[in-house]
Design a protein around this ligand. Structure first.
Ligand code: BES
Ligand code: MN
Ligand code: ZN
Length: 511
């Protein structure tokens, strides 16, 4: 990944390929922000005019490149921060994160950049560090590189991420800035690893190979990892994982990651949907709906990343991750619409649609997680297209059995830069899941489908346990163009919310 350093040089003396400065949108044109002083001097105080001439306005997402002389870097990249903040106010963390991300993304293939953005506090340092490291992400594992591939290769096909980011002006903020950067590095590394997992094609990423990645990472970071394989799942009565996975050549797995702190007072259980490929099963998805379904394990990837990050940060809280991994495929051994599965814990479910598979694997894992009586369970899943219809491509739905906890998660998510919105459990939806042959059916009517999936999961949460459900089907995978620190493809959705919940719980600020 991109290296991040706190530089003691300033913009005038730093040797780099490019200097990144901020430009805000003022009432009368672009306004270079603090941090850009040395660059402004190189333009004899005319930087704002030059930027305006080049068409810059300071709008968010805008980038302007301009050559410069008299500095140790030959090029300046001015990145838009949006409106100038009000008197005495700082730039909003998300505006800084996005601007740093846009800059880093624009600089893919560059060796070294100095970031001279406005840094008024350790919080600002954290935002710029996070944004730069997340924006610099590039998934090139499957691109032939120019040199190796020879003649036929596309030029720049394997163009890697920005090599090094030197943060200017952060050192002056002392220890708090250093701590903020360390946190940002751990978080961004794990988010980028989760993005890699989600982007990895499903012929290479299947339950067994995902479990192997988790086991190796657990070993490296002092997290205990236990993998239950397909045979043990069948024997152990995990009817959801077994039923969903039985049509595929690659068998299902349940992975448990345990991070414990000797002085922890609270315990959290995170449960992730890990469908490594969702074809729909016998209720096969039509063409146009299955091309991106490698992303259906993004919930499990988020849980994995959050547990490892909690361990790397040494948080004073116990966090257990449960990855419910299966591949949903049609075949002669696949579950049929009409089959009844006996879930872990004994409840029976009539599978009326094999494409509503996420809730089946999650049910097993939620019952299992409940046995340990954690203080709270949060599940994360690319669960329903209905949630995407309701909230769009960038916002995840938050549901649960406790209004205060649901509200807390919604607020944590927004603070972390992850748009989220609370959704209700209208009482009539439970009846829609009644089955004439089993305890429940896995689907009800079409209306309120995202919330009905939550209502289904609610039935499997252990008595008295606080629980929330995050449906990330919209934001997990970005099919549109990149923006800010969000690349095309896997985004790393919900990881920051889960890490933040663990931090706040460790600090005794929640429940
Ligand atoms: N993995 C899908 C949901 C999904 C849709 C994720 C779009 C990401 C983007 C899930 O397993 C699914 O197929 N859900 C069905 C449920 C229906 C059969 C009740 C859906 O949303 O259509
Ligand atoms: Mn499905
Ligand atoms: Zn699915």
């Amino acid at each position: 990944m991109t290296a991040l350093t706190l530089s003691s040089s300033d913009a005038a003396t730093l040797r780099a390929d490019v200097l990144v400065v901020g430009v805000a949108k003022g009432p009368d044109g672009p306004v270079p922000t603090s941090g850009s002083e040395a660059v402004a001097e190189a333009f004899d105080g005319g930087l704002a005019t030059v930027l305006e001439t080049l068409g810059a306005t300071g709008a968010e997402g805008e980038t302007t490149k301009l050559p410069v002389s008299g500095l140790k870097a030959p090029l300046v990249l001015a990145v838009g921060l949006g409106p100038v903040p009000g008197d005495g106010e700082e730039y909003d963390a998300e505006a800084l994160r996005r601007a740093a991300g846009t800059a880093a993304r624009t600089l893919n293939g560059t060796k070294k950049a100095g970031f001279a953005l406005p840094l008024a506090s350790a919080e600002a340092v954290a935002a710029v560090a996070e944004g730069a490291l997340l924006g610099a992400y590039a998934f090139t594992a499957y691109k032939s590189d120019d040199a190796k591939a020879g003649k036929g290769a596309k030029k720049g096909a394997g163009k890697g991420p920005l090599g090094e980011v030197a943060l200017l002006g952060a050192k002056a903020l002392g220890k708090a800035a250093k701590t903020a950067v360390e946190r940002a590095v751990a978080l961004a590394e794990e988010m980028n690893r989760a993005r890699d997992l989600v982007n990895t094609p499903p012929n290479d990423l299947y339950p067994e190979s995902f479990a192997a990645v988790a086991a190796a990472a657990g070993k490296e970071h002092g997290v205990k990892v236990t993998v239950t394989d397909d045979k043990a799942l069948l024997k152990g009565g995990f009817g959801g994982l077994t039923g969903v996975g039985q049509g595929a050549a690659h068998g299902p797995r349940l992975v448990k990651l345990s991070y414990t702190h000797p002085k922890a007072e609270k315990s959290l259980a995170y449960v992730g949907k890990g469908i490594t490929y969702d074809s729909g099963g016998i209720s096969l998805k039509p063409a146009g709906h299955n091309e991106t379904m490698k992303c259906d394990m993004a919930g499990a990837a988020a849980v994995f990343a959050a547990v490892i990050t909690a361990a790397r940060l040494g948080l004073k809280v116990n966090v257990t991750g449960w990855l419910a991994l299966a591949e949903n495929m049609p075949s002669g051994t696949a579950t049929r619409p009409g089959d009844v599965l006996r879930m872990y814990g004994g409840k029976t479910v009539e599978v009326l649609n094999t494409d509503a598979e996420g809730r089946l694997v999650l049910a097993d894992a939620i019952v299992k997680a409940s046995e340990e009586k954690p203080d709270a369970i949060v599940d994360v899943a690319t669960l329903t297209g209905a949630m995407v219809v309701a909230l769009g491509n960038r916002t995840f739905g938050v549901m649960g059995n406790d209004d205060a906890f649901r509200t807390a998660l919604h607020e944590l998510a927004e603070e972390a830069g992850e748009p989220a919105w609370p959704m209700p459990f209208p009482e009539e939806l439970r009846k829609g899941l009644d089955s004439s042959v089993a305890d429940m059916a896995n689907v009800g009517g079409r209306m309120g489908g995202g919330m009905a999936a939550g209502v289904f999961l609610n039935e499997f949460v252990g008595e008295g346990i606080t629980w929330a459900h995050l449906d990330i089907a919209g934001p997990a995978f970005n099919e549109a163009g990149p923006f800010g620190y969000t690349p095309k493809g896997a985004t790393g959705s919900a990881i920051r919310t889960l890490v933040s919940l663990a931090e706040r719980t460790a600090a005794g600020e929640l429940g």
